[in-house]
Design a protein around this ligand. Sequence first.
Ligand SMILES: Nc1ncnc2c1ncn2[C@@H]1O[C@H](COP(=O)(O)OP(=O)(O)OP(=O)(O)O)[C@@H](O)[C@H]1O
Length: 256
Amino acid sequence: MHVIQCSAKHPHICHLDIVRPSQGNVFYLRAILQNHPVKSFTDALTVDNIKASSFQEAATMLGLFVDQNKAQYMMQEAVSALHTPAELCFLFLHLLINDCIIEPLALWQEYMHELSKDFMPQCSHDIHLVGSHALQSIGDSLEEHGKVLNDYGLPQPTLPSSEVLHEWLKWNPLAAANASNAHEAYSLMTDKQHLIFDKVIHCAVNNTPLCAFINRKVGRGKTFLINAICNKLQSLNHIVLPTATATSATLLYPGG
Ligand SMILES: Nc1ncnc2c1ncn2[C@@H]1O[C@H](COP(=O)(O)OP(=O)(O)OP(=O)(O)O)[C@@H](O)[C@H]1O
């Protein structure tokens, strides 16, 4: 809705309903009315005493779509008018299937945050997951129109399996705390503990297989070291699956 006040002396207030770009000339007439008060249709078509052949041409002559194309214009207006993420996704879908978006990927990247907000709580605000969920939802809706994300150069959602998702959502919110725990433990470690810690983290981060056997007498810091390794890897968004021969022993480790 847009309100125009033509003159302070003689106020005229009007409401402009949302018009989709696929409605053609009416969309451009609305854009003109949003930016310039006019007295008649002819007035709306006339720019600097030159009469345009269409409202689209008049809007272009007024420079309304110089910085933004019509899809950006619509998205920006919808975001400014505080439309819900679901409504924004519906608008994005409508613009896609009506071929109103010149560069779908660029528009997606520009408005990904606004389009994905509904998925934030269930994804612990993980930007990657949130975006993938929104893409998945848009992709599902596109299928109803016989289209797929790929038709518009949009990326495929990369949603992990439910087990992986469960681990991510469990540990991601604790990443900062785990990083701090690992950092504190590292500052207390002996040289031998440092050596093992560095080796394990290096192999895990670089996807290098490692089979290590750590043996020391009772109370010499094996559990302390493994806990620090688990904390560090979990803070780096790695999934750690600690196991032990005795069930109760796994409880000594985070995630065991
Ligand atoms: N580098 C260190 N700095 C400070 N405290 C440490 C360090 N290494 C171990 N500790 C502490 O020493 C105690 C014993 O360590 P830990 O439980 O890790 O030993 P362990 O080798 O796993 O013992 P067990 O063989 O009985 O399981 C714990 O309180 C632990 O916090």
